[in-house]
Design a protein around this ligand. Structure first.
Ligand code: NAD
Length: 296
């Protein structure tokens, strides 16, 4: 049993916190939203009144927050974790944030005498609730070893991606590929249909041919072939356009800083930006299919 403070009990954090309780840990839960704290308490966590209250006797702090500014604020802002947690505490940030922000957090954590891993996740709300997330962690081997059993209580696949920020690097490179492959899959199904193939026929062929990819076989953007995909519920998310756009912005910023050529990544960013500007932030990211068909 480990004493854990969990900060950020939103769509993802709520389920992750509940799984830490289920695994037998003593969890103090905090969020700015009192209803989220009450929901965590109903599942066995202690309701904390502030960051200070949550972390006061924690050995490990786990966070699941919207973006880098929230993470840096919660950990190292006024009255944040840095001012209240004991030296040697392990910080595990699972939010998806910029590689540069993650590396800044690692550097401040080290200066303050904490261990840290950036451990963003792949998998959505259902995986957070089921405890089947994939974690990609960046940090020292010592920090990763301490974090691994905690991450295992919330996920199925756990990877050490290397040093500080490498978890975020793995996450945004993966999600850039996902954005590109989803748009490509939508274009292929649309082209096949225009040329006279129905979605089922094209799926049967392409899913065992060289065009096969996760966007097709697990999350098919054409209604029919994969019953669980959002295409079968009018593209309700799932993984929304706004979330994909956030990750593509992070990838574009990181690529610029690193001097990496991501021309398709930038095109994907433009396509999701356009959907967002037209008011489709809440559409599943496979809804590009609807746009190609002229249905938006
Ligand atoms: P969310 O907006 O539902 O939850 C974020 C929570 O953080 C909210 O409850 C908010 O009140 C809380 N919060 C914000 N600032 C705070 C502060 N200063 N102190 C305490 N609590 C604070 O977001 P989410 O969907 O749970 O996503 C969280 C992170 O996970 C994001 O970085 C996102 O990119 C990433 N992610 C989300 C998904 C998904 O499918 N939703 C999948 C993979 C990764």
């Amino acid at each position: 049993m480990t004493k854990i403070a969990f900060i950020g009990l939103g769509n993802m954090g709520g389920g992750m916190c509940a799984n830490l309780v289920k695994a037998g840990h003593a969890v103090a839960a905090f969020d700015l939203n009192g209803e989220a704290v009450a929901a965590a308490a109903a599942k066995g966590a202690r309701a904390a009144a502030s960051v200070a209250d949550a972390v006061k006797d924690a050995d490990v702090i786990v966070s699941m927050l919207p973006a880098g500014k929230h993470v840096l604020g919660v950990y190292f802002g006024p009255d944040g974790v840095g001012a209240h947690a004991a030296k040697g505490t392990l910080l595990i940030d699972c939010s998806t944030i910029a590689v540069t922000d993650a590396r800044e957090a690692h550097s401040q954590a080290e200066q303050a005498g904490f261990l840290m891993v950036d451990a963003p996740v792949s998998g959505g709300v259902a995986a957070a609730e089921a405890g089947t997330l994939t974690f990609m962690a960046g940090g020292t081997a010592a920090a990763y070893e301490r974090a691994a059993p905690i991450l295992k209580a919330m996920g199925k696949n756990i990877f050490h991606a290397g040093g500080a920020g490498n978890g975020q690097a793995a996450k945004i490179a993966n999600n850039m590929l996902l954005g590109i492959s989803m748009i490509g899959t939508c274009e292929a199904f649309n082209l096949a249909e225009k040329l006279g193939l129905d979605a089922e026929t094209f799926f049967r062929i392409s899913s065992v041919s060289s065009g096969q990819c996760w966007s097709m076989t697990s999350y098919c953007p054409a209604p029919g072939p994969v019953p669980t995909s959002p295409a079968n519920r009018d593209y309700k998310p799932g993984f929304a356009v706004a979330m994909m756009l956030k990750d593509l912005h992070l990838a574009a910023d990181a690529a610029k800083a690193a001097g990496a050529d991501i021309r398709l990544g930038e095109m994907a960013e433009g396509i999701y930006q356009n959907l967002s500007e037209r008011g489709f932030d809440g559409l599943d990211f496979s809804g590009v299919m609807k746009d190609l068909k002229g249905e938006l």
